[in-house]
Design a protein around this ligand. Structure first.
Ligand code: GUN
Length: 282
């Protein structure tokens, strides 16, 4: 079977256009445009690219960008004070700290300091707890964006075997909770998992977010499975590849996300969706 492409770029564009429409109508009613603060600490080149893309998407959709780029020497106390200021501003509806942060910074303490109502990354223990108890409020952007893409396949997830490869707080764990909330049977695999190939080969849906180029081999994929590749890795020859061996996997899957142009654009669109929700309590 040759897979159909889950075109994240197109789905994200559609979502961003509907968000822009909603903002226009809120502003026409006299409400403020949503304000989003992305805090970037240091000069990690990949993070600089992500933050630039977030800012562009933010401004195009009619949000007010109140991002701050701070030097790598910024202290934990300074960052906590910045978050306190942003929490108190009524023109700021969403606050995120771009990860990773420099080694001397404790990201967990920063995340817990963000007002959960403004935690548009959905990483605060309050929001993770809401997701885990089937009462989601603001859900982490990448997994929630994946759910939006899965809905586009029209395939009900109830009862399907889902395998999530990677157990990070940003992707694997909230992805597991999202799939469980749709009544999939979920197996979570990580670096201590035995016989990963066998686990993946039994999956109707595979979601991979590990950050290792082409770690999941195409011939592990079950015929007709849905393959979601969260990874984006630059090889020495300059090529961008995912965490799944795409060329082989696409011959076996029913649906597959390309890299780039799959999950990546959905993360940003979902961040805007969360900020819209935080601003207008939708
Ligand atoms: N770094 C990689 N992905 C993310 C994300 O979704 N949010 C934040 N804040 N940092 C990230």
């Amino acid at each position: 079977m040759a897979a159909k492409i889950l075109d994240g770029k197109a789905i994200a564009l559609e979502l961003r256009e509907s968000i822009a429409e909603e903002i226009k109508s809120q502003v026409a009613k006299g409400n403020k445009a949503p304000g989003l603060a992305v805090i970037l600490v240091g000069e990690d080149p990949a993070s600089q690219v992500y933050v630039r893309n977030k800012k562009i998407a933010c401004e195009k959709a009619g949000f007010v960008d109140v991002s701050m780029e701070l030097p790598a020497s910024t202290t934990q106390e300074e960052l906590l004070a910045r978050i306190d200021e942003l929490n108190a501003r009524d023109d700021v509806h969403g606050i995120i700290v771009q990860l990773p942060v420099p080694k001397h910074i404790d990201p967990e303490e920063l995340i817990e300091r963000i007002d959960p109502k403004k935690d548009v990354d959905g990483f605060h223990p309050y929001n993770m707890g809401r997701l885990a108890t089937r009462m989601p409020v603001l859900a982490p952007c990448t997994p929630h964006g994946v759910m939006t893409m899965l809905a586009k396949t029209g395939i009900p997830l109830r009862g399907l075997n889902a395998v999530v490869v990677g157990a990070s707080n940003i992707v694997g764990v909230p992805m597991t909770l999202e799939l469980l909330n749709e009544r999939a049977t979920v197996t979570v695999c990580h670096s201590a998992t035995k016989d990963l190939a066998k686990k993946v080969s039994e999956a109707d849906i595979v979601v991979v977010g590990v950050g290792i180029p082409e770690m999941v081999k195409g011939d592990w994929i079950k015929d007709g499975a849905i393959v979601i590749d969260v990874g984006i890795n630059r090889l020495e020859d300059g090529r961008l590849v995912g965490d799944v061996e795409y060329e082989v996997a696409k011959e076996k899957a029913s649906w597959i996300t390309p890299v780039p142009g799959g999950v990546g654009p959905m993360t940003i669109a979902t961040l805007l969706q969360n900020t819209l929700q935080a601003a207008y309590e939708l």
